[in-house]
Design a protein around this ligand. Structure first.
Ligand SMILES: [Zn+2]
Length: 254
């Protein structure tokens, strides 16, 4: 067991977790999520150092703002813990490698997309675009490390895969929407399929559709029993399928 590596991953996981909570709060409200410092959502006091320590600040303040005493949702520390755990899982599969770091950087985006889709039934374009750019950067990294000769050698199969995912998801959207008589697969989901092509490539497509389908059905049943609203988010099922396959696929670079 490499203790310095694990401590570094824990630190990174907490930073990414904190970033993810900022995304969940700011992106749907159309706030700038890159530069601005966090503030209390009730009294707007700018948060200072002790407030910004992930998870611990929430526990030690009893889940309330230190300045105005308003409760802070448990969702924020829960997201921070989720991202931390996901980063540790990635570390278990990939160690501290370039590929592993790309997947760790993807976890705050996927976690934020999941929470926002559950809350608002949307997959915001800004976050989808960030996943897309990160995926392209990862392909660039594969080229840079000499696994493939040129960027286009590598890029073209993934681009074709992405187009393939896009066409199939549009067909699926049409079929399911027609069968149900209402919009079934949102355009955010369709965009997510497209981006998945750049991360997974075409050979993992059948199993991606199977895992996404099964988890979608399970979540649909859960939704019908516990949430009971007619609308239902499909994004989390897609995200679960993508992330588990990225782990199962293991390091491409050997
Ligand atoms: Zn406050």
């Amino acid at each position: 067991m490499n203790v310095p590596e694990i401590l570094a991953v824990i630190f990174l996981g907490l930073v990414f977790g904190s970033f993810s909570t900022a995304l969940v709060y700011r992106v749907p409200r159309k706030q700038n999520w890159v530069a601005k410092r966090s503030a209390c959502t009730s009294c707007k006091t700018k948060l200072s150092f002790p407030d910004l320590i992930p998870v611990f600040s929430w526990v030690f303040s009893g889940g309330r703002c230190r300045h105005c005493g308003q409760p802070v949702s448990w969702l924020y520390p829960a997201i921070e813990i989720l991202v931390l755990v996901l980063c540790l899982v990635v570390y278990r599969f990939f160690g501290v490698t370039g590929e592993g770091l790309f997947l760790m950087a993807l976890t705050p985006l996927l976690s934020a997309l999941t929470v926002i889709d559950f809350q608002r039934m949307i997959l915001p374009d800004q976050l989808l675009f960030s996943c897309f750019i990160l995926g392209i950067a990862r392909l660039g990294y594969f080229t840079f490390t000499g696994q493939f000769h040129t960027f286009s050698d590598l890029f073209m199969p993934y681009l074709l895969a992405a187009v393939f995912y896009l066409i199939l998801s549009l067909a699926l959207r049409y079929i399911v929407s027609t069968a149900l008589g209402k919009e079934a697969l949102g355009m955010g989901d369709v965009k997510f399929f497209f981006i998945t092509g750049f991360w997974l490539g075409v050979q993992w497509m059948p199993i991606f559709f199977i895992i996404a389908g099964i988890s979608g059905v399970c979540m649909r049943i859960f939704w019908r029993i516990f949430v009971k609203t007619p609308e239902f988010p499909f994004g989390p099922a897609l995200i679960l399928a993508l992330f588990s396959l990225l782990l199962l696929q293991g390091p491409i670079l050997k």
